[in-house]
Design a protein around this ligand. Structure first.
Ligand SMILES: *Cc1c(COP(=O)(O)O)cnc(C)c1O
Length: 392
């Protein structure tokens, strides 16, 4: 366990492979899929998750999450699905919040009945709601905090304590916060999952997943992982190691931009509502201050109903409408048209997703440029004048 180093030192140094042959500055990339089996300690093979580059990256990710061990996968969903199935079997029950990543929701709803796994989706994220949903056969509690898209908070310590007192394993999708802002293991959460496609990769060019936990828990996940086969190619492993070196810097810049833009949007007369845990009046602000080091680069806001959402989106110059998130470039999407489009208007209303809601993944661009871009797009959305992005 590597708890003693600062985040940027872990990002730059921990786990790196030494280039013994040429003394190069960065980890050499080993692309071999075939390794000798005689006279070696470890039988290496990419799908056994134990090539030199895979093992090196796992050491860095374990250190980043204050855990003993880690495993990397070909996607975030491979990490989510393998972790859940490793701890659940026929007749078991899992508690999850309704407001989770859409892919995870689909995995549970479309696949679990085939395995005879029972589940309960709770509609709010208080620790008490997790407790009420526990059944005698509950084996896993699954968390996502801050949540998508409304950034509600769950008390990690309270859920961790509750689960341990009942012998239940806890898992969290820590993608939104990133290890820079939140280390759930410090609050007693057992298994920490990431879509490394997001903040860990950070440049919108890598698809990967990661899990960090105790050695014992990782061994259990590995046992299933090698059967399911969702390992990550060594070239992508190497790129991800490269991306992680600047994760601390990137995420801190994103935190700072998001905090300022949340303030700016809240004071803007054409913005109805802003959801960001860094704002003092956000209902999860105190909790976020206790369990997060930074409030993150994700925020949501709601346009006033008279504004034209479509015109707002197309008038933006730097901030792009995009399905994904967490890149160095700012992106946004309207959940009612994308991630939550399949819900009925009533279901959306109940989930707090109004038509004018926008989820904003704040990038590292200069704050003044982002603020000016939002300002001019809000003007266009209000005036009804056709946009000319060149005017920005
Ligand atoms: C994107 C995402 C995932 C899934 O990750 P993939 O790499 O796309 O498979 C899971 N959880 C959250 C919160 C995400 O944003």
């Amino acid at each position: 366990m590597e708890k003693t180093k600062g985040i940027n030192t872990i990002c730059t140094h921990i786990g790196e492979l030494e280039d013994l042959q040429f003394k190069g500055a960065v980890s050499p990339l080993y692309m071999s899929t075939s390794y000798a089996y005689e006279g070696v300690d470890v039988k290496r093979y990419p799908r056994y998750f134990n090539t030199p580059n895979q093992e090196a990256l796992c050491r860095k990710i374990a250190a980043l999450e204050h855990c003993e061990a880690a495993l990397i996968f070909g996607s975030g969903m491979a990490a989510v699905s393998t972790s859940l199935l490793a701890f659940l079997q026929k007749g078991d029950h899992v508690v999850l919040p309704q407001q989770i990543y859409g892919g995870t929701y689909n995995f549970v709803v479309e696949e679990f009945h085939k395995y005879g796994i029972e589940y309960t989706f709770i509609t709010d994220t208080r620790a008490g709601s997790f407790e009420e949903a526990i059944r005698p056969n509950t084996r896993v509690m699954y968390l996502e905090t801050p949540s998508n898209p409304l950034l509600t908070l769950t008390d990690l310590e309270a859920v961790g304590r509750l689960a341990h007192s009942r012998g239940i394993t806890t898992m969290i999708d820590n993608t939104f916060a990133s290890p820079v802002n939140q280390n759930p293991a410090d609050f007693g959460i057992d298994i920490i999952i990431h879509s490394a496609t997001k903040y860990m990769g950070g440049h919108s060019d890598i698809c990967a997943g990661a899990v960090a936990a105790s050695r014992e828990h990782i061994d259990r996940i590995f046992h299933l992982a090698k059967n399911l086969g969702g390992s990550l190619s060594d070239f992508t492993v190497w790129l991800l190691e490269r991306s992680l070196k600047t994760m601390g810097l990137r995420v801190m810049a994103q935190n700072a931009n998001a905090q300022e833009l949340a303030r700016f949007l809240r004071s803007h007369p054409d913005i109805h509502q802003v959801y960001y845990p860094g704002l003092e009046d956000h209902p999860g602000h105190d909790l976020a201050s206790r369990q997060m080091r930074g409030f993150g680069g994700m925020l949501s806001f709601e346009l006033a109903p008279e504004l034209d959402l479509g015109r707002f989106m197309e008038s933006l110059r730097w901030i792009k409408a995009s399905m994904s998130l967490a890149g160095v470039e700012s992106t946004l999407l309207a959940p009612a048209q994308t991630s939550h489009a399949l819900l009925t208007p009533l279901q959306r209303e109940q989930a707090g997703i109004r038509d004018g809601l926008i989820r904003f993944s704040v990038g590292i661009e200069d704050l003044e440029d982002l603020r000016a871009d939002l300002n001019q797009a809000l003007r266009q959305a209000k005036s009804g004048v056709a946009p000319t992005p060149q005017q920005v």
